[in-house]
Design a protein around this ligand. Structure first.
Ligand SMILES: NC(=O)c1ccc[n+]([C@@H]2O[C@H](COP(=O)([O-])OP(=O)(O)OC[C@H]3O[C@@H](n4cnc5c(N)ncnc54)[C@H](OP(=O)(O)O)[C@@H]3O)[C@@H](O)[C@H]2O)c1
Length: 221
């Protein structure tokens, strides 16, 4: 099995790399600085440099994976941005950083993957339940919420274009104890990654274009 994890220097992305390697998969994974690349190499992955928020860096993914085909692709790169509680207008800088990382990054990366998918591949973007409008009951972190709702739209379009080549899903990883999720989160990163891997392995063609929790249960858009 060949796996590509984008945004894997730490957090859920790194844990996915660790678990797939432990299972005997060949893993390529991306980081945007030397420390992250070293960490991936030390773990046994093929390390690729990629900053999804940088146009030049992002456009170089295609040649870095030229000739490769992946059975599983995960886009984990993401940022939360300002911790807001209500309707606080974000600065242009914060807006651009969050939207460029979480949305534009996916729109740059996904088109480059079309030629790198093994038959029956599974492709997931790490979205968030916070992006769900159907389940929306709070407005905290509204910039992040907007970015994940937009990412869901991007995933849906990718699922239409890539139908028949890959089963594409948006996944909520749970509320996970990482730098982003914080120490008080519900889930250990190992349990989140294990659930994501199980859910991806169980995907059927009819799941294409879905929005799923890490345990495989559907989430309202
Ligand atoms: N943790 C949670 O509770 C939770 C809940 C719902 C959804 N999610 C989503 O799950 C994904 C992973 O979250 P996490 O908890 O693992 O977050 P994390 O611990 O903050 O790690 C974020 C990862 O994204 C990478 N990244 C950020 N900006 C990037 C860029 N411009 N280009 C490439 N990589 C970039 C980081 O790389 P650097 O080390 O270089 O910064 C790091 O590897 C995110 O998309 C997040 O929104 C997380």
């Amino acid at each position: 099995m060949k796996v590509l994890v984008i945004g894997a220097s730490r957090g859920i992305g790194f844990e996915l790399v660790r678990q797939y390697l432990a299972d005997g998969a060949q893993v390529s994974a991306t980081a945007r600085d030397d420390a992250g690349l070293d960490r991936l190499r030390d773990a046994g992955a093929t390390a690729l440099r990629l900053d999804v928020a940088d146009a030049t860096s992002a456009s170089a993914l295609a040649w870095q994976i030229d000739g490769e085909v992946f059975d599983v692709v995960l886009l984990s790169a993401g940022t939360f941005g300002p911790r807001s509680d209500g309707l606080d207008a974000p600065s242009v800088g914060d807006f651009d950083r969050v939207m460029h990382t979480n949305v534009l990054g996916a729109m740059r990366v996904l088109p480059q993957l079309a030629g790198a998918l093994a038959p029956g591949a599974r492709l997931a973007v790490l979205s968030s339940r916070m992006g769900s409008m159907g389940q929306r009951a709070a407005a905290s972190g509204w910039l992040y919420r907007a970015s994940k709702a937009a990412l869901n739209s991007v995933l849906k379009d990718a699922s239409i274009v890539l139908a028949g080549k890959a089963v594409c899903v948006a996944l909520h990883p749970g509320w996970v104890r990482t730098d982003m999720g914080g120490a008080g989160a519900d889930l250990d990163v190992a349990d989140s990654a294990a659930g994501i891997r199980r859910t991806l392995a169980a995907l059927q063609p009819a799941d294409n274009g879905g929005f799923l929790n890490f345990d495989g249960t559907p989430i309202a858009w």
